[in-house]
Write a protein that binds this ligand. Sequence first.
Ligand code: ADP
Ligand code: MG
Length: 253
Amino acid sequence: MSAMVVAVDVNKYFGPFHALQNVSLEIKHGEVLCIIGPSGSGKSTLLRCINQLERIDAGAIWIDDELVGFRQDGNKLYELTDAQIARQRLASGMVFQRFNLFAHMTVLENIIEGPVIVQKRAKASVIPEAMALLERVGLADKKDAYPSELSGGQQQRIAIARALAMQPKLMLFDEPTSALDPELVSEVLSVMRDLATSGMTMIVVTHELGFAREVAHRVVFMDHGRIVETGTPHDILSSPKQKRTQDFIAAVL
Ligand code: ADP
Ligand code: MG
């Protein structure tokens, strides 16, 4: 497996606050990486830097061998334009805690919006793909419903389908089940599990340690803007070496 995402010594500041401190990470093609850690440890910031919703202050990130945010010419680096960044951003699909569906559009319209408007693809070829994605998340019968008519779990499954419709190289999930009522969590995790099985490269920020144990190839524990410990699910969740990881796991379980 070659690397899909490489982050080297990534640093991010918000004013004087050092939100990411020399974060280095490699995610291989088809790998599922779960990121765990306390609130405020920099998990969302790391995802947002990978997706260029935030700019990094030092270090470098590559997605599928392409330098993120910069163009390299000899040994000079040039910042990409907003349009070039927008194009690069399409490499990763992002799913947030809040589903952010377009309220005034039906489920099907939500899913085809990006491919048709942003990617300028023909509606006739996008609609069958959208329907296949709806089948995949178990919601084909809801294609004409509006988001307000759906449960939180259904909305999040649509949000996943909408991200997949852009044919991303990797998927980023930021606590996708944290805003859901407990009984709706498993239907979303089940869609994510299927996606992992299909070979999608995934970075998942989650407090669902059961999901991490079962689905992740590797788990990263972050605290105070740093990666404290990385390992297999068993390494991190069952026999963590660092005291901070031990304390976190004990508090979450
Ligand atoms: P996590 O996702 O692990 O809970 P975040 O990445 O959201 O943590 O945030 C890490 C730290 O950076 C927090 O202390 C947060 O308050 C701070 N932070 C995040 N975004 C901003 C921002 N836009 N401006 C200022 N501080 C921020
Ligand atoms: Mg967060």
